[in-house]
Design a protein around this ligand. Structure first.
Ligand code: SF4
Length: 323
């Protein structure tokens, strides 16, 4: 089988918890606890789960914006986790990120032209001032903004426009993979669809590959080729988008999906309301992490952690009873 564009093996990120008189390390937040996944060139993998499940941390560890505690990230057959600074700088041209908050992620003191063109300077991608300016204009127009916008500042733009600026910035280095870290969750619902449509168009045009992080299955439904569902630092299910939305196998996926509205009023879906909150990732429950909230939990779930196992070709689930 061909090597996927991105392969993540057993990625772990634990953040130290300090306490006591000497501020010693007393425990760990298990933010990402053994995530493995792959993404083929040209596809979109949706990564979904409630706030705090580790999906954004996983995205940042893949790019090494945060150093993982352990595990490996392979991009085009190269081990990103073992790279020194120079090699990492080069590979970051191919792997970009769009951040969740278009208000906080743009430097308010820089013009839009300087924000979008910054990477051109860092990676020496424009030989002359004219080449730089032409490329900035081209990038702005590609994301639906105007050439004149390069002279203005981020605060002069709406949330949707700011996210377009963030997308133009990511495109500046012609990346192969973009990690979209909740790119629409800070936007009005009416603007969300426009940004998702833009990302889909750009994917076609530039043959991009996306890891699309979202807390809501409805957001990634149309853009994803496959979807991975995370709970408390671990992947609990991965399936093609069609299989996952029509026949979820993991009880947590079923619960998330039951909250997604169906546009056809004749189709009824029973809402599964999960009891309680996501448990503390410092002391996750024994056995299956999901058992305190799982409507299908049995005695063995309290002590025996289910493995993420293949239940059909290309489909994995971490539940003792998935088949
Ligand atoms: Fe629920 Fe048990 Fe399956 Fe975990 S292993 S998801 S607790 S049924």
């Amino acid at each position: 089988m061909a090597e996927p564009l991105l392969r993540v093996e057993n990625l772990v990120k634990h953040f130290p918890v300090k306490g006591g008189f000497f501020s010693r390390e007393v425990d760990h937040v298990r933010a990402v606890d053994g995530v493995s996944l792959h993404i083929d060139a040209g596809e979109t993998l949706g990564l979904v789960g409630e706030s705090g499940c580790g999906k954004s941390t996983s995205g940042r560890c893949i790019l090494r914006l945060i150093e993982p505690t352990s595990g490996e990230v392979w991009f085009e057959g190269k081990n990103v986790t073992a790279m020194q600074a120079d090699a990492l700088r080069l590979v970051r041209r191919d792997m970009q990120i769009i951040f969740q908050d278009p208000y906080a992620s743009l430097n308010p003191r820089m013009t839009v032209g300087a924000i979008v063109g910054e990477a051109l300077t860092i990676h020496a991608l424009a030989d002359t001032a004219k080449a730089y300016d032409d490329r900035v204009v081209d990038l702005l127009e590609t994301v639906g903004l105007h050439a004149d916008h390069r002279l203005r500042y981020p605060h002069e733009f709406s949330g949707g426009q700011r996210q377009r600026i963030g997308i133009a910035r990511a495109l500046a280095v012609s990346p192969k993979l973009i990690i979209c870290d909740e790119p629409v969750s800070a936007l009005d619902v009416s603007v969300q669809a426009q940004v998702i449509n833009l990302l889909e168009d750009l994917q076609q045009k530039f043959n991009l590959t996306y890891l699309f992080v979202a807390h809501d299955l409805s957001v990634v439904e149309h853009i994803s080729t496959r979807v991975a569902v995370m709970y408390l630092g671990r992947i609990v299910e991965i399936a093609s988008a069609r299989d996952l939305y029509t026949a979820p196998k993991h009880p947590y996926t079923e619960a998330l999906l039951s909250a997604v509205p169906i546009p056809d009023p004749k189709v009824k879906r029973k809402r599964i309301v999960l009891e309680g909150d996501v448990p503390n990732p410092i002391k996750p429950p024994a056995g299956c992490h999901f058992h305190p909230r799982c409507p299908r939990a049995e005695e063995r779930c309290k002590s025996e952690a289910p493995l993420l196992r293949e239940i059909a070709p290309g489909r994995v689930s971490a539940c003792h009873f998935s088949a």
